[in-house]
Design a protein around this ligand. Structure first.
Ligand code: NDP
Ligand code: 8X3
Length: 256
């Protein structure tokens, strides 16, 4: 389906990004895998090569560092330089507290990763797509980009920004042949909550207690579906939730 297509996945070392790598590898894509944790990327690359014969190229990079992003993406080997699909997935939440008790360092990390990081990568990748008059940008937003929930303040603001940027890109790129997809998942069990609560596994587990959350693979299936529509079709906007979730504040949990 994606034979020979070059796909850049940010945040490929875990969760949704890693699951996308699996699905896209299965579909014949060649993968640029970007994240900060080299070992994880190299392990994933080796697995994909073994399972599907996938060609991969690992990019160890912090999306917050604009110069590093410009460097790694600006000096790609020629056979990797033409990116067909960009999946802007790298992101995180830090903390869950009322704004007046929030930690400004956490705010910086979320804003720098989820918003500036996405911009840094997109700014380098898009000119090539525009010149070739083809390509696709898939932004992983969140239900938190549609609704604000208690104590989610800054994380929700970053995901509202992702949503705004998806809409803005669709306008700016109209007529260029480049498609823009925004995918907003609800609760997905990944390392997201462990990162949010800085390794507090009990607290992280409670987020998904009493319900069947989405898996990273559930989201990757949708990303792949969007990426494999014919050129005249764009799945512009997707909300994907676990069946037990109605919105950010109403989640049905079975008591054990
Ligand atoms: P994970 O924590 O499992 O994965 C996050 C990925 O982002 C990791 O690969 C991490 O890699 C990468 N990452 C984080 N910061 C940076 C950085 N500065 N530079 C490069 N890569 C970075 O979480 P998810 O898979 O759940 O999250 C993926 C996306 O999905 C995020 O944008 C998140 O906001 C969004 N999302 C998640 C939901 C959920 O419930 N889990 C729901 C809705 C949206 P490394 O640490 O190696 O750099
Ligand atoms: C992650 C899902 O509801 O914790 O974006 O914000 S939520």
């Amino acid at each position: 389906m994606l034979q020979g297509k070059t796909v850049l996945i940010t945040g490929a070392s875990s969760g949704i990004g890693q699951a996308c790598a699996e699905r896209f590898a299965e579909s014949g894509a060649r993968l640029l895998l970007l994240a900060r944790r080299r070992e994880r990327l190299e392990q994933l690359a080796a697995q994909l090569q073994q399972r599907y014969g996938t060609s991969t190229h690992c990019l160890v990079c912090d999306v917050r560092d604009r110069h590093a992003v410009q460097h790694v993406l600006g000096t790609l080997p020629p056979e990797w330089a033409a990116i067909d699909i960009l999946i802007n997935n790298a992101g995180l939440a830090r903390g869950l507290a009322p704004l007046h008790e929030g930690d400004p360092d956490d705010w910086d990390e979320m804003l720098d990763t989820n918003v500036r990081g996405l911009l840094n990568v997109t700014r380098v990748v898009l000119p090539g797509m525009v010149a070739r008059r083809s390509g696709m940008v898939i932004n992983i937003g969140s239900i938190a980009g549609r609704e604000v929930y208690p104590n989610g303040n800054v994380y929700c603001a970053t995901k509202h920004a992702v949503r705004a940027l998806s809409e803005a890109l669709r306008i700016d790129l109209n007529g260029t042949g480049i498609r823009v997809v925004n995918i907003d998942p609800g609760l997905v069990e990944t390392e997201f909550s462990l990162v949010r609560f800085r390794g507090d596994a009990d607290r992280a587990r409670k987020v998904y207690e009493g319900l069947q959350p989405l898996s990273a693979a559930d989201v990757a299936d949708v990303v792949l579906f969007c990426a494999t529509r014919p050129p005249h079709v764009v799945i512009a906007d997707v909300l994907i939730l676990p069946s037990a979730q109605a919105n950010t504040w109403l989640v049905h949990r079975e008591r054990s």
